[in-house]
Structures are given as structure tokens and as C-alpha cells.
Write a protein that binds this ligand. Structure first.
Ligand SMILES: [Zn+2]
Length: 342
């Protein structure tokens, strides 16, 4: 089922629900009529739900706008759900429960669909707040401060999942620059990154310093990592991070994807000290910064779960590298970026 179609079904169902509710309200003058209305509503609810699901159960994660619409429905229809629990209650309850968990943090994931696709196909029937853009399962304000936290050298599930848990709790998304030869050892972590709207970047196949390699090997290192990720998610990384940031003219001539380095270096790999990384980030971060951390160390995970809420508290939106670039001038192949300041 296409996303557009799913939305039409969802919005038609919302309209039907309102009509049913008005009918039910009018009927509740006598208990007999009320009982009849309840029965009718219950039959309609079960029937409509069954029809929607029987048609085609979506196999992938929900799209950005589905998730947002669900949350809006959940918060908007709580009164109605409270009154009509016996009738249309089951669906509203599920929605309301999700809404309560995610009202502030908007933690649900997405399917990796880009913001531009979402805008193109779905903005028409959605209620996006003024000036906001749907991306990665939540809204982004393109004019408000934003920062991209990046974690290199993974995947490594024990730390990566902690980082994602925390980021998602705060409505944030992060970027993982992964080493191709590791991804098959952490397939489900890679799948979670992709499904929940985090970005998977290319950190080469074997973490070799590319400035020491010839043209063909450079190309192989980048291409093999692209393929390893795509074999799991169906989509190759958009950007490349050079191991150690090492580059020369041969490296730049043989990588066609945008190269994203950083402007805030925590040196977490060296210090293995969470407090030091936290302090570096909070002292140096600016709107449009790209922060370098590493996924392999518990101390980096400790730092991340402190940094994430602290940045949100300071008004930063936690976005992926591609989201940051999208709102700050875009990305060009073969170009090296260090930050995306305004
Ligand atoms: Zn690295």
C-alpha cells in the first residue's frame, strides 16, 4: 500500500469517526438508542479496521507523516476516546498510550524516507506546523539551531543502541559512520539505525588510511562499504568520512560522494573520559556543528547520554548529517565539509 493511500484511508476514517460520534451523541437521549448506537459504532470500528488491514498490512516502518499524524490524532481525540471507550476505544486507547509516551519526545522512528520526498508527496494532506518540516519521524524547524552528532568506527550494538535510545527519547537522530567489514556482525543494529531515521555513513570497508592507498584501492574501500550497508538496508550511505580524516589529491579525486569531516573533535578515543567529551562538546558546539565521537567505547556512550539532553536543553535540534546539510546549503559530490554553520 502506498503511503499516500494509507493517509487517505486514515483521514477518511477520522472523518467517519467524527460522523459516528455526532450520531452517537445525538442518540444518547435514551438508553436503548444509546446501546444501539454503541453496537453500531463497535461494528463499524471492527469492520473499518479489518478492511484497512486486510487490504495490505504495511510491511515497513510507518512514514514520517503517518507517525506524526498518529500522534496528533492521539492528542487531539483524547476527550472523545475517554467518552466513547466501549465503542471506538480500542484504537484510541492505543493511540493515546503512544501519544503519552511520545508527546514531548516524538521518539517513534521512520523508514528512512527523506524530508524532500515527504514534502513532495504528503505535505498536501498533512497539518505540518508553520515553518516546520517533517523528517526522520519528527518535525524540524529549519531556522532553529541544529547539530549533527556523529559516531565513527562501529557498528557496535552495546554502545550504539544506548545512543539511539537516548537520541530517540529526545526526538533526535544521529549519524553513524560505519566500517563495512563490521556491519554483518551487527545487522539488527544497522536495521534499527535505518528504520528509525538515523543516518548510516560510509567509513570505508577496512578503516584504512586512504591517503596511503592508490586510486583503485581507495575506490574499492568506499564501494565495498557502500555495498555492505546496502545489502542490509537496501540503501547505500550518502556521505563518506575518511578514517583519521586523512586525505590527499588522490583521495579527493577518487571519491564521488560528499566527504563529511567535523568541526568539534571530542578526542573521546584518546581520553576515554566521558566528562571530558561532554565538556568539549558543550564548550565548542555551535549552530551547524558536526561533532566527532566514536561508537566503540562505553565512555563515549556515557558522554552521549549526557550530551544529548544537554544540547536539547540549550535549544539544539539533533539532526543527521544529511538533514543538517539539507537545511544549510546541501551537499555536493567530491566536496569536503567540516560544518554547516549558518
Ligand atoms: Zn575512524
Amino acid at each position: 500500500m502506498s503511503h499516500g493511500r494509507l493517509f487517505r484511508i486514515a483521514s477518511e476514517w477520522q472523518k467517519k469517526k467524527k460522523t459516528i460520534w455526532r450520531f452517537w451523541s445525538g442518540m444518547r437521549k435514551t438508553w436503548k438508542m444509546r446501546a444501539a448506537a454503541l453496537l453500531l459504532t463497535a461494528v463499524c470500528t471492527v469492520g473499518a479496521s479489518f478492511a484497512a488491514y486486510a487490504d495490505d498490512v504495511p510491511s515497513g516502518p510507518a512514514s514520517d507523516m503517518e507517525l506524526i499524524q498518529r500522534r496528533e490524532q492521539a492528542s487531539g481525540s483524547q476527550n472523545e476516546a475517554g467518552d466513547a471507550q466501549t465503542a471506538a476505544g480500542s484504537e484510541n486507547h492505543a493511540g493515546a498510550a503512544e501519544g503519552q509516551q511520545t508527546t514531548e519526545n516524538q521518539e517513534t522512528g521512520n523508514n528512512g524516507q527523506t524530508a524532500s520526498e515527504t514534502q513532495g508527496t504528503e505535505q498536501g494532506d498533512s497539518q505540518v506546523p508553520d515553518g516546520m518540516v517533517a523528517s526522520g519521524g519528527r518535525y524540524i524547524d529549519p531556522n532553529a539551531p541544529m547539530v549533527a552528532l556523529t559516531f565513527d568506527d562501529g557498528p557496535y550494538a552495546p554502545v550504539g543502541n544506548r545512543i539511539m535510545d537516548c537520541a530517540e527519547q529526545y526526538g533526535g537522530r544521529v549519524t553513524f559512520y560505519v566500517v563495512g567489514n563490521r556491519v554483518n556482525s551487527y545487522k539488527s543494529e544497522i536495521q534499527r539505525m535505518y528504520a528509525n531515521g538515523h543516518e548510516i555513513g560510509n567509513h570505508t570497508q577496512d578503516h584504512k588510511y586512504l591517503q596511503k592507498l592508490g586510486a583503485q584501492e581507495i575506490r574499492q574501500q568506499v564501494e565495498a562499504c557502500n555495498q555492505a550497508v546496502a545489502a542490509i538496508t537496501g540503501e547505500a550511505p550518502k556521505t563518506v568520512r575518511l578514517p583519521g580524516g586523512g586525505k590527499n589529491s588522490t583521495v579527493l579525486a577518487n571519491i564521488s560522494q560528499p566527504i563529511v569531516l567535523w568541526d568539534v573533535d571530542t578526542l573521546d578515543w584518546k581520553t576515554r573520559n566521558a566528562a571530558s567529551s561532554v565538556q568539549t562538546v558543550l564548550n565548542q558546539v555551535k549552530d551547524g556543528s558536526v561533532v566527532l565521537m566514536h561508537e566503540l567505547y562505553n565512555a563515549s556512550g556515557d558522554a552521549a547520554v549526557t550530551i544529548i539532553p544537554a544540547l536539547v536543553e540549550r535549544g539544539y535540534q539533533l539532526v543527521t548529517v544529511s538533514e543538517l546539510a539539507q537545511f544549510r546549503g546541501g551537499l555536493a559530490g567530491g566536496t569536503v565539509y567540516y560544518s554547516f554553520h549558518k
